[in-house]
Design a protein around this ligand. Structure first.
Ligand code: NAD
Length: 276
């Protein structure tokens, strides 16, 4: 049976967070995960999959505007009989990063999996139009946050723990309208590899996932109607992916199935790199 969403399902304005055929098998039973950006998009899909696999989860949400989304994610976690909490705050703020990580310990007693996934909305601009302020904001949100969160989490992580960072195909393919964003994603790949080397002796794995065009709320919010219509058409599969098609890769890296993978980047991208 073909359970992959077809083009119609892939372009459904409602992202699919989990394939109804997905069967959990307690791969993350007893584990505690922090997932940044877990209120929405890929982060929500990861939270739902981790809950189906039995993890307790802490997510963040940026502001009151995202509170309802965060509550929806929490409801999906609780539906699976798992514990979940949401903390409001900005991951580009080092003090908030400390609060977020400590919440996992105060609520659930430990931390096993850190998913650095939050990323800022696309601000499309030519190189000439990227201001110093925009550049700084993009780097603070997408990469400084990973340093802060990882620094606070490291002393708490025991052998066997996992760090998973969301990069992007733009780290490899480039994007002339998203030069600052693409640069942060390239930095995430180098950060991931370097940290994996540094933490191998502690048996902590560090990997990145570099999605291609994925149908999340970030897309219609960031692109024109024409761009949205063409979104994902340049992949080999001629459609965007759904969050439900990316999240199982996070389960792989977080669970025993991924125990021998570190310093790697996984590419759920519809083959876009091979298309010219
Ligand atoms: P999304 O907008 O649904 O999710 C982004 C999340 O990051 C939101 O929850 C948002 O609240 C959070 N966030 C943004 N800035 C924040 C801040 N300063 N502090 C705290 N939280 C903040 O979009 P998404 O597509 O699910 O994006 C998730 C990740 O996937 C991002 O890192 C994005 O760069 C990456 N990505 C997305 C695609 C895609 O096509 N959708 C492709 C490659 C990589």
């Amino acid at each position: 049976q073909d359970t992959q969403p077809g083009r119609e399902a892939a372009m459904d304005p409602r992202p699919q967070y989990i394939d109804p055929a997905y069967q959990g098998s307690e791969k993350l039973k007893g584990k505690v995960a922090v997932i940044t950006g877990g209120d929405s998009g890929i982060g929500r899909a990861v939270a739902v999959h981790f809950a189906v696999e039995g993890a307790d989860i802490v997510i963040n949400y940026l502001s009151d505007d995202e509170q309802e989304d965060a509550e929806k994610t929490l409801a999906l976690i609780h539906q699976q009989g798992c514990r979940g909490v949401a903390v409001k705050g900005d991951v580009s703020d080092p003090e908030f990063c400390e609060e977020l990580i400590m919440k996992a310990v105060s609520e659930f007693g430990t931390l096993d999996i850190l998913v650095n996934n939050a990323g800022q909305q696309y601000v499309q601009s030519s190189f000439e139009d990227i201001s110093a302020a925009q550049l700084e904001h993009t780097f603070r949100t997408n990469i400084f946050s990973m340093f802060y969160l990882t620094k606070v989490a490291l002393p708490l992580l025991s052998p066997g723990s996992r760090i998973i960072n969301t990069a992007s195909v733009t780290a490899y393919k480039g994007n002339p309208s998203l030069i600052d964003y693409s640069a942060t994603k390239g930095a995430i790949v180098a950060f991931t590899r370097s940290l994996a080397i540094s933490l191998g002796d502690r048996n902590i794995t560090v990997n990145a996932i570099a999605p291609g065009p994925i149908w999340t709320p970030l897309i219609p919010a960031s692109f024109s109607a024409r761009e949205v219509e063409h979104f994902g058409q340049d992949t080999l599969l001629r459609r965007p992916g759904q969050p439900s098609e990316v999240a199982p890769t996070y389960v792989l890296l977080a669970s025993n199935d991924g125990s021998y993978m570190t310093g790697q980047v996984i590419h759920p991208n519809g083959g876009i790199i091979l298309n010219g």
